[in-house]
Design a binder for this molecule. Structure first.
Ligand code: DX5
Ligand code: ZN
Length: 217
């Protein structure tokens, strides 16, 4: 199934609740929450309280993207705050298998994210354990960047790996996605689309509807 996951990193945080409700009512199935630690990525953003705040205003899937070192230390808290899907970076932990099972033991869906320069082949063994792979189309840490062209080929490679092995893992893409390039990225095999500035940079409800319209074609 194709789903849209508006990234609240670009939302007007003075009215976060209203903005989440707007994209929810416009039909977005997921809400993407970026957690950053200032170490794994050179920026800070949200923490556990924002996950709880979003949980208070929507029943949609809370899609938490953890751009933090040692993500295993935060999984319990993020899950208890109401995350439905917890994605950790391949590059951020030495014990990926243990961290994935910790997410599942909490009752959440588990995802792994890979940075642009990380090949999809590193996921070969862990793939059957995953609900989702997040392919970063920009270097993580900031909204509003331009998509790195070579990352789209990685989506194609990952889709082939999943299909060859008859797995049911979702492919999420994040970074630089707009109304002009979303169809091309979906053609490569992505089915969960994250977008921040292209949704919250204008009327969030209208932009959500436009994305969903293109994604149904
Ligand atoms: C960046 C974040 C993204 C960000 C995307 O590291 O992971 O979720 O909000 O923003 P846009 O869609 O503006 O590139
Ligand atoms: Zn993200």
């Amino acid at each position: 199934m194709n789903c849209l996951s508006p990234s609240i990193l670009s939302a007007d945080l003075t009215r976060l609740g209203e903005q989440v409700i707007a994209v929810d009512q416009a039909g977005a199935e997921y809400i993407h929450i970026d957690i950053m630690d200032g170490s794994f990525v050179p920026n800070l953003s949200f923490g556990v309280p924002i996950v709880s705040a979003c949980r208070g205003v929507t029943d949609k899937i809370l899609d938490v993207h953890m751009m933090v070192e040692h993500p295993e230390t935060l999984i319990d808290a993020v899950s208890a705050a109401g995350a439905d899907l917890i994605t950790i970076h391949y590059e951020a932990t030495r014990h990926l298998d243990a961290a994935i099972h910790k997410i599942k033991d909490c009752g959440a869906m588990a995802g792994v994210a890979i940075n642009p320069a990380t090949p999809v082949s590193v996921l070969s063994e862990i793939l059957p354990e995953l609900d989702m792979v997040l392919v970063m189309l920009v270097n993580p840490g900031f909204g509003g960047q331009k998509l790195i062209p070579y990352t789209v080929e990685k989506v194609r490679q990952l889709k082939a790996m999943i299909d060859e092995r008859h797995l049911s893992c979702d492919i999420e893409v994040d970074g630089g996605i707009n109304l002009e390039n979303v169809s091309r990225i979906m053609d490569a095999g992505a089915n969960i689309i994250v977008s921040g500035s292209s949704i919250f940079g204008g009327d969030a409800a209208e932009n959500t509807e436009e994305f969903l319209h293109l994604m149904q074609e």
